[in-house]
Design a protein around this ligand. Structure first.
Ligand code: ADP
Length: 495
């Protein structure tokens, strides 16, 4: 099958979170299965530093409102398995400091930037003369791809047979813009209605893709159910419920080349479930890096996260005094909301021997924290999939999670029964409140201090689990087939 994978970020070229990891790994896992995969992603200023040798291979111009905006597709030079990566350049839109915004917030022209990106990706696929069976779009930034395929190119010789699949990595970001931006789309106004792209008086790009994609996926089966409820549907639960026959949850995988403690160049020592000794060196290096004293048996609890409400920092804020009184050291890496920066700064000042924080986006440090921690805290209010807990499992940092979305699908709580059965991999709490989180952390600390053998087993079981992409890539292939069948049925309707 010929697949075009369109994403506004793809590691190592660009990354702000899980989408970047997925777009950097899933395409090559699909290529391993024998499919032809072309990835289209922006050539940001930072990407130019990472891959300065990318060669221009196609160019053109696409309409954004009344303007024709030039694009150049560069073939990435970094090795990305057998998947081809095309970096879409335009100086005005992508040659700037940030990916989505800067310290002042999101860029004001986000709407034009990603209208441009979607149109340019489609134009590049055509210009490169690569017939495509399925276009796979991701999140609101590429959500217009399925929309244009259906509303603008349904009779176009190059695009008419193509199917589309849309993956929602996080429903809380929808690409909402005021209706004055509508003319930028070059779509007839008749599509600005509540059954299509209109949403409470604004235009909603993600909503358009939920209506016009052949198949919809999200990144875990539990999240696929949750987003059909008013609690986690962010107003789109009705649209998603209408499409429940076409909506599937596929859990993300781990890129084994990027996240493998046995061969991780970012760590001071390597280790594995079969030979775990090196983890102690990583633990020592982590404490040293954060200038925390090594008190022998005191466990380290790590967090790597965007510092936003979704990730449970309101619980952390409420419980912090309590938490800092426990026999544990807390290491946090993240950037985000000012109020959480302040909170963490205060906590560090109050408990300098116990709390350490780095306010940065630092991939090498993220690896060291996963490797050096004993526990990994992820109390997200909602979590579509979550990758950090998968890395934690692999790196032997036992996850402590709020049981929602992908966290519920990937971490098995260490109940007495699950410990006995040999199925437990971490600790999970159900009620989203600080008390429940602390009870859960206390259960973990009790097992850590009181039963080192059971702890060891729990830790090694997580490390041995296989979260590689192979299985999920197969699930996507089956869904691409489904999307193709739907597109074919649309082209040749039964009499
Ligand atoms: P989300 O996509 O919602 O941010 P995920 O758990 O799916 O959450 O993915 C987060 C990814 O971003 C992980 O690879 C994690 O290591 C990385 N990450 C998050 N914050 C930082 C940071 N401050 N520095 C380095 N990596 C980070």
């Amino acid at each position: 099958m010929r697949i075009a994978y369109i994403s506004s970020e793809a590691a190592p070229f660009s990354k702000t979170g899980g989408l970047g990891d997925v777009a950097g790994a899933l395409p090559s896992a699909l290529a391993v299965l024998g499919h032809e995969v072309s990835v289209f992603t922006p050539y940001y200023r930072a990407t130019r530093k990472i891959d300065p040798k990318a060669e221009p291979v196609a160019s053109g111009a696409v309409p954004v409102g009344t303007e024709m905006v030039p694009w150049i597709a560069h073939r990435a030079s970094l090795p990305m398995g057998n998947a081809k990566y095309y970096l879409i350049a335009n100086e005005r839109y992508f040659d700037r400091e940030g990916i989505y915004g800067n310290a002042q917030g999101d860029y004001q022209d986000s709407c034009s930037r990603f209208i441009f990106f979607c149109r340019a990706a489609l134009a590049a696929a055509q210009e490169l003369k690569q017939p495509i069976d399925v276009y796979h779009a991701n999140d609101w930034q590429s959500a217009l791809v399925p929309v244009y395929l259906r509303l603008s190119f349904a009779a176009h010789p190059f695009f008419q047979d193509a199917a589309s699949l849309m993956t929602v990595h996080n429903l809380s970001y929808q690409g909402l813009f005021w209706h004055w931006d509508w003319p930028l789309l070059n779509l007839p106004w008749k599509h600005f209605n509540w059954r299509e792209l209109e949403f409470h008086g604004k235009m909603n790009l993600l909503k358009g893709s939920l209506i016009y994609s052949d198949v919809l996926t999200t990144v875990s089966p539990t999240y696929a159910r949750e987003i059909q409820t008013a609690e986690l549907g962010f107003g789109l639960e009705g649209v998603l419920g209408d499409r429940k026959e076409d909506l599937f949850g596929v859990v993300n995988g781990i890129d084994p080349l990027a996240w493998n403690p046995e061969k991780d160049p970012l760590l001071p020592a390597s280790y594995s479930a079969a030979s775990p000794a090196g983890k102690a060196q990583c633990h020592a290096a982590l404490l040293k890096r954060f200038e925390l004293t090594d008190d022998g048996k005191v466990p380290v609890l790590g967090m790597i996260s965007r510092l936003i409400e979704q990730k449970g920092f309101d619980l952390v804020a409420d419980a912090f005094e309590d938490l800092a009184r426990r026999d544990v050291k807390i290491v946090v890496l993240g950037t985000g909301l000012e109020k959480y920066h302040k909170l963490l700064q205060q906590m560090r000042a109050r408990f300098p021997q116990k709390v350490a924080v780095a306010f940065a986006f630092d991939n090498a440090l993220a690896h060291l924290i996963e490797a050096g921690s004993d526990l990994f805290l992820m109390p997200s209010r909602f979590e579509p999939c979550g990758l950090s807990q998968l890395y934690a499992l692999r790196y032997g940092a036992v996850p402590v999670v709020h049981s929602v979305g992908g966290l519920a699908d990937t971490v098995v709580d260490a109940t007495p029964q699950a410990l006995k059965d040999g199925t437990a991999t971490g600790f999970a709490f159900n009620q989203y409140n600080p008390r429940a989180m602390m009870d859960c952390i206390d259960r973990a600390l009790k097992l850590y201090a009181g039963d080192p053998k059971a702890w060891r087993e729990l830790q090694l079981r997580g490390m041995r689990q296989d979260w590689s992409w192979a299985k999920s890539a197969q699930a996507y292939v089956a869904l691409y087939e489904r999307a193709k069948a739907k597109a074919a049925a649309r082209a040749n309707p039964k009499p």
